[in-house]
Write a protein that binds this ligand. Structure first.
Ligand code: ADP
Length: 471
């Protein structure tokens, strides 16, 4: 099949979170299954664009309201990703370092979608399926089916994956004219609660909707920022497909970012070397269990509860554990986390910022990874942790519910029900008991490293879904 993925992020070209990891890996595994998979994404002026060479394969214009914006389609000169990657370069809108959080994100991503379809419209062949990811590509299914300019795509199946339903991209009707012209009786297909909403539009118009875990699909039909009813209506065409992980990038035996590589047979020595180096870097005691957190410092991830947890555990159980946090996000959480450092020097440390190498070092060197998420569509961190022999401590929600089984239920992780200080601390106490029981601790580490969360299964499930849409 000829599969086109359209996304705002794709690892290694641009990554903010899990969306990049998924779009960077799924097409690779689909290519391995014998399909032609392509990714189209915006051309940001970040590290990747500065350190690679590109050729222009197409030049055109995208109309955004009254403006006619020039764009180029770029292709990397060297590409060993295992799938084709194309960039939409739109000067004035994307020649900035960051992916999101600009005042004109609405204009940026609408233009990206229009430019993408304008380019695809010039190609000789239409794809077998167009797979869009998150709200930044949410108008594509609508435009493919209802905008006359793109009528060539009317019969091309579109699949839309919700990686995170918290971000919907809605804006007022005053900006309706940014979208290419369409008949006003289709207004309802771009609207939700009196706003224009790309996520709602995709849910309404895509031939199939998927979520990144089965549990998340169930959950969002009763809790998704006002869109529950729509999801209940569209439940019949929606599927939960659990994400995989790229087991080539995330392989403790070959990962170049680790102090020492390790496999099943060298697990104990390898993890010790990684833990020692990490503790050394952050002034922590390697003999104590190391609890970690990696992620966006936002309420969705339960990060707002972390400062209180760190305070209580460090004050009332001093010398029993180390805690290391890597993340960035809301300023008040960052400040609280930094503030605690001076008080608990030697047993707690945080790194505020984004650091890919450090994240790999933590997955490898930690004993436990905390994920107290309030919302977790799938969660990749727990799967990386498992692969690197680190035991996840998770709140039972979304994809965490689907991937981590509590040790008390013959599983391998530690689970709790609430995103509360009490529940998290209780889990930390359970983890410390497990840490002391060296035999069981070692056994669990060995067991989790062998769990297969590779993309093989999910990549095939997506292809099966696309094939079911063939006319
Ligand atoms: P999200 O909701 O943020 O997409 P996921 O669990 O799906 O959460 O994916 C998070 C990805 O981002 C993982 O690859 C994780 O290691 C990475 N990540 C998050 N925050 C940081 C950070 N501060 N530094 C390095 N990597 C990070």
């Amino acid at each position: 099949m000829d599969i086109i993925h359209i996304s705002a992020e794709c690892y290694p070209a641009a990554k903010v979170g899990g969306l990049a990891d998924v779009v960077g890996a799924l097409p690779k595994y689909q290519s391995l299954l014998g399909h032609s998979a392509t990714v189209i994404m915006p051309f940001y002026h970040g590290k990747f664009s500065k350190s690679n060479e590109f050729t222009v394969v197409f030049s055109g214009y995208a109309r955004l309201g009254h403006a006619n914006l020039a764009f180029n389609i770029l292709k990397p000169v060297n590409n060993n990703l295992g799938y084709d990657l194309f960039f939409v370069d739109i000067p004035g809108l994307f020649d900035r370092e960051n992916v999101y959080s600009y005042h004109d994100d609405t204009e940026r991503f609408i233009t990206f979608q229009i430019a993408t379809l304008n380019w695809l419209n010039t190609l000789e062949k239409t794809p077998d399926v167009v797979h869009c990811h998150d709200q930044h590509t949410g108008f594509i299914p609508f435009m493919m089916s209802k905008v006359r300019e793109y009528s060539r795509f009317e019969q091309v199946p579109s699949v839309f994956t919700i990686h995170n339903g918290q971000y919907q991209g809605q804006f007022g009707f005053d900006k309706l004219y940014f979208l290419p012209p369409f008949h006003s009786y289709f207004n309802g297909l771009v609207e939700w609660h009196n706003l224009i909403n790309p996520l709602a539009s995709a849910i309404k118009c895509a031939w199939r909707v998927t979520t990144v875990s089965p549990s998340y699909l169930d959950e969002i039909t009763y809790e998704m920022k006002g869109m529950e009813e729509l999801l209940r209506n569209e439940r019949g065409k929606s599927y939960g497909i659990l994400n995989g992980i790229d087991v080539e990038v995330w392989n403790p035996e070959t990962d170049p970012m680790l102090e020492q590589n390790f496999g099943l047979k060298t697990l104990e020595q390898g993890k010790k070397a990684c833990k020692d180096s990490l503790c050394n870097q952050f002034g922590l005691n390697p003999d104590k269990p190391l609890f970690t957190f990696i992620g966006r410092l936002v309420g969705e991830k339960g990060a707002d509860v972390l400062p209180e947890v760190i305070y209580n555990v460090s004050k009332y159980n001093p010398g029993e554990q180390n805690i290391l946090i890597l993340g960035s996000g809301e300023k008040h959480i960052e400040n609280s986390l930094l503030h605690l450092e001076s008080e608990f020097k030697g047993s707690y440390c945080s790194y505020i910022g984004y650091n890919e190498k450090l994240s790999h070092m933590i997955y490898a060197g930690a004993d436990f990874l905390l994920m107290p998420s309030r919302v977790e569509p799938c969660g990749l961190n727990q799967m990386y942790a498992l692969r690197y022999g680190t035991i996840p401590i998770v709140r039972r929600t979304g994809g965490l519910r689907d991937t981590v089984i509590d040790i008390g239920d013959d599983g391998f992780g530690i689970c709790h029900d609430q995103c509360s200080t009490f529940d998290i601390i209780h889990s930390i106490q359970r983890a410390k008991t497990l840490y002391k029981d060296k035999r069981t601790f070692k056994k669990v580490r060995k067991e989790i490293m062998q769990i297969d969360h590779s993309w093989n299964k999910a990549a095939a499930e997506y292809v099966e879904l696309y094939q079911s849409l063939k006319l």
